[in-house]
Design a protein. Sequence first.
Length: 198
Amino acid sequence: MIALDVETTGLDPKTCSIVSLGAVDTDHPENQFYDECGVWEGAHLSDEALAIHGFTREELTNGSRKSEAELIRAFVAWACDRPENRTFVAQNVSFDHEFVLQACKRAGVEFPFAKRTLDIHSLVWMHMEYAGVPQPVGNKHSLISLDFALRYCGIPEEPKPHNALTGALSHAEVFARVAYTKKLLPDFSSFDIPWQTS
Protein backbone atom coordinates (compact mmCIF):
# COMPACT_ATOMS: atom_id res chain seq x y z
CA MET A 1 0.00 0.00 0.00
CA ILE A 2 1.00 3.62 -0.44
CA ALA A 3 0.14 5.70 2.61
CA LEU A 4 -0.48 9.08 1.01
CA ASP A 5 -1.03 12.66 2.12
CA VAL A 6 -1.31 15.82 0.06
CA GLU A 7 -1.42 19.40 1.23
CA THR A 8 -3.26 21.73 -1.12
CA THR A 9 -4.44 25.30 -1.66
CA GLY A 10 -8.09 24.39 -1.10
CA LEU A 11 -10.71 21.67 -1.37
CA ASP A 12 -11.49 21.47 -5.11
CA PRO A 13 -8.92 19.36 -7.00
CA LYS A 14 -9.89 20.98 -10.32
CA THR A 15 -9.30 24.58 -9.21
CA CYS A 16 -6.72 24.15 -6.42
CA SER A 17 -3.10 23.04 -6.49
CA ILE A 18 -1.05 20.49 -4.58
CA VAL A 19 1.68 22.22 -2.54
CA SER A 20 3.28 19.16 -0.93
CA LEU A 21 2.96 15.39 -1.18
CA GLY A 22 4.17 12.69 1.19
CA ALA A 23 4.03 8.93 0.70
CA VAL A 24 5.18 5.79 2.50
CA ASP A 25 5.41 2.28 1.05
CA THR A 26 3.78 0.32 3.88
CA ASP A 27 5.45 -2.93 2.78
CA HIS A 28 8.89 -1.29 2.92
CA PRO A 29 8.39 1.76 5.18
CA GLU A 30 11.93 2.99 4.72
CA ASN A 31 10.88 3.74 1.12
CA GLN A 32 9.37 7.22 1.44
CA PHE A 33 8.63 10.17 -0.83
CA TYR A 34 8.29 13.84 0.05
CA ASP A 35 8.33 16.93 -2.14
CA GLU A 36 6.94 20.48 -2.27
CA CYS A 37 5.94 22.70 -5.16
CA GLY A 38 4.57 26.07 -6.10
CA VAL A 39 1.04 26.51 -7.39
CA TRP A 40 0.03 26.42 -11.03
CA GLU A 41 -0.95 29.76 -12.53
CA GLY A 42 -4.58 30.59 -11.77
CA ALA A 43 -4.94 28.06 -8.94
CA HIS A 44 -7.31 29.09 -6.16
CA LEU A 45 -5.58 29.73 -2.80
CA SER A 46 -7.74 29.73 0.33
CA ASP A 47 -6.66 31.29 3.60
CA GLU A 48 -8.05 28.25 5.46
CA ALA A 49 -5.76 25.88 3.53
CA LEU A 50 -2.74 28.13 4.07
CA ALA A 51 -3.39 28.05 7.81
CA ILE A 52 -3.48 24.24 7.79
CA HIS A 53 -0.13 23.63 6.07
CA GLY A 54 1.65 26.86 7.02
CA PHE A 55 2.97 27.85 3.58
CA THR A 56 2.57 31.50 2.61
CA ARG A 57 1.14 32.93 -0.61
CA GLU A 58 4.57 34.38 -1.37
CA GLU A 59 6.31 31.00 -0.98
CA LEU A 60 3.80 29.31 -3.25
CA THR A 61 3.62 31.95 -6.00
CA ASN A 62 7.08 33.54 -6.29
CA GLY A 63 8.33 31.02 -8.87
CA SER A 64 11.18 29.69 -6.74
CA ARG A 65 9.69 26.21 -6.27
CA LYS A 66 9.32 23.38 -8.73
CA SER A 67 5.99 23.16 -10.49
CA GLU A 68 3.10 20.89 -9.53
CA ALA A 69 3.77 19.04 -12.81
CA GLU A 70 7.38 18.36 -11.79
CA LEU A 71 6.26 17.16 -8.36
CA ILE A 72 3.61 14.80 -9.75
CA ARG A 73 6.03 13.37 -12.32
CA ALA A 74 8.52 12.64 -9.54
CA PHE A 75 5.84 11.02 -7.39
CA VAL A 76 4.53 8.83 -10.20
CA ALA A 77 8.11 7.76 -11.04
CA TRP A 78 8.68 6.85 -7.37
CA ALA A 79 5.36 4.98 -7.12
CA CYS A 80 5.93 3.01 -10.33
CA ASP A 81 9.50 2.09 -9.44
CA ARG A 82 9.36 0.45 -6.01
CA PRO A 83 6.07 -0.10 -4.15
CA GLU A 84 4.73 -3.56 -4.97
CA ASN A 85 1.17 -2.51 -4.12
CA ARG A 86 0.11 0.96 -5.33
CA THR A 87 -3.25 1.03 -3.52
CA PHE A 88 -3.64 4.34 -1.66
CA VAL A 89 -4.43 4.39 2.06
CA ALA A 90 -5.19 7.67 3.83
CA GLN A 91 -7.66 9.51 6.02
CA ASN A 92 -10.35 10.78 3.63
CA VAL A 93 -8.41 9.03 0.86
CA SER A 94 -10.75 10.20 -1.91
CA PHE A 95 -9.46 13.76 -1.34
CA ASP A 96 -5.82 12.77 -1.88
CA HIS A 97 -6.70 10.41 -4.75
CA GLU A 98 -8.59 13.11 -6.64
CA PHE A 99 -5.82 15.69 -6.21
CA VAL A 100 -3.23 13.25 -7.57
CA LEU A 101 -5.57 12.39 -10.46
CA GLN A 102 -6.18 16.05 -11.38
CA ALA A 103 -2.47 16.91 -11.03
CA CYS A 104 -1.65 14.05 -13.43
CA LYS A 105 -4.23 15.36 -15.90
CA ARG A 106 -2.81 18.90 -15.72
CA ALA A 107 0.73 17.54 -16.25
CA GLY A 108 -0.22 15.16 -19.06
CA VAL A 109 0.96 12.19 -17.00
CA GLU A 110 -0.70 8.78 -17.06
CA PHE A 111 -2.49 8.08 -13.77
CA PRO A 112 -1.16 4.64 -12.73
CA PHE A 113 -3.36 4.17 -9.66
CA ALA A 114 -6.62 2.29 -9.15
CA LYS A 115 -9.90 3.77 -7.96
CA ARG A 116 -9.98 1.20 -5.16
CA THR A 117 -8.47 2.65 -1.99
CA LEU A 118 -8.43 2.11 1.77
CA ASP A 119 -9.75 4.81 4.08
CA ILE A 120 -8.30 5.20 7.59
CA HIS A 121 -11.66 6.40 8.87
CA SER A 122 -13.39 3.19 7.74
CA LEU A 123 -10.63 0.95 9.06
CA VAL A 124 -10.70 2.58 12.50
CA TRP A 125 -14.52 2.51 12.57
CA MET A 126 -14.51 -1.22 11.80
CA HIS A 127 -11.78 -1.91 14.37
CA MET A 128 -13.78 -0.07 17.04
CA GLU A 129 -16.95 -1.92 16.04
CA TYR A 130 -15.30 -5.33 16.39
CA ALA A 131 -13.72 -4.29 19.69
CA GLY A 132 -17.07 -3.09 21.04
CA VAL A 133 -15.81 0.47 21.45
CA PRO A 134 -18.46 3.15 20.77
CA GLN A 135 -17.59 5.38 17.83
CA PRO A 136 -17.70 9.15 18.34
CA VAL A 137 -20.71 10.72 16.66
CA GLY A 138 -21.74 14.37 16.41
CA ASN A 139 -24.37 16.11 14.35
CA LYS A 140 -25.48 12.64 13.20
CA HIS A 141 -22.16 11.67 11.58
CA SER A 142 -18.87 10.02 12.49
CA LEU A 143 -16.21 12.14 14.21
CA ILE A 144 -13.27 9.83 13.53
CA SER A 145 -10.67 12.33 12.36
CA LEU A 146 -6.98 11.55 11.83
CA ASP A 147 -6.17 12.96 15.27
CA PHE A 148 -8.86 10.72 16.79
CA ALA A 149 -7.45 7.71 14.89
CA LEU A 150 -3.94 8.48 16.14
CA ARG A 151 -5.09 8.76 19.76
CA TYR A 152 -7.11 5.54 19.40
CA CYS A 153 -3.94 3.79 18.23
CA GLY A 154 -1.87 5.19 21.13
CA ILE A 155 -0.05 7.85 19.09
CA PRO A 156 0.09 11.62 19.75
CA GLU A 157 -1.82 13.90 17.39
CA GLU A 158 -0.11 15.07 14.21
CA PRO A 159 1.95 18.26 14.69
CA LYS A 160 0.46 21.50 13.38
CA PRO A 161 0.81 23.07 10.88
CA HIS A 162 0.42 19.88 8.86
CA ASN A 163 3.20 18.45 6.74
CA ALA A 164 2.40 15.95 3.99
CA LEU A 165 5.16 13.56 5.09
CA THR A 166 4.06 13.53 8.75
CA GLY A 167 0.54 12.92 7.46
CA ALA A 168 1.67 9.97 5.32
CA LEU A 169 3.69 8.55 8.23
CA SER A 170 0.63 8.87 10.47
CA HIS A 171 -1.57 7.12 7.92
CA ALA A 172 0.95 4.30 7.54
CA GLU A 173 1.25 3.72 11.29
CA VAL A 174 -2.50 3.77 11.92
CA PHE A 175 -2.99 1.35 9.01
CA ALA A 176 -0.41 -1.09 10.41
CA ARG A 177 -1.85 -0.92 13.91
CA VAL A 178 -5.53 -1.37 13.05
CA ALA A 179 -5.02 -3.87 10.22
CA TYR A 180 -2.24 -6.01 11.73
CA THR A 181 -1.81 -4.95 15.39
CA LYS A 182 1.83 -4.18 14.68
CA LYS A 183 4.10 -1.17 14.91
CA LEU A 184 5.55 -0.01 11.60
CA LEU A 185 7.75 3.07 11.90
CA PRO A 186 10.62 3.94 14.28
CA ASP A 187 9.04 7.39 14.88
CA PHE A 188 6.20 5.67 16.76
CA SER A 189 7.94 2.64 18.27
CA SER A 190 7.91 4.06 21.81
CA PHE A 191 4.10 4.27 21.80
CA ASP A 192 2.29 1.09 22.80
CA ILE A 193 -0.67 -0.28 20.87
CA PRO A 194 -3.53 0.07 23.40
CA TRP A 195 -5.25 -3.24 22.59
CA GLN A 196 -2.10 -5.33 22.26
CA THR A 197 -1.54 -7.81 25.05
CA SER A 198 1.99 -8.85 25.99
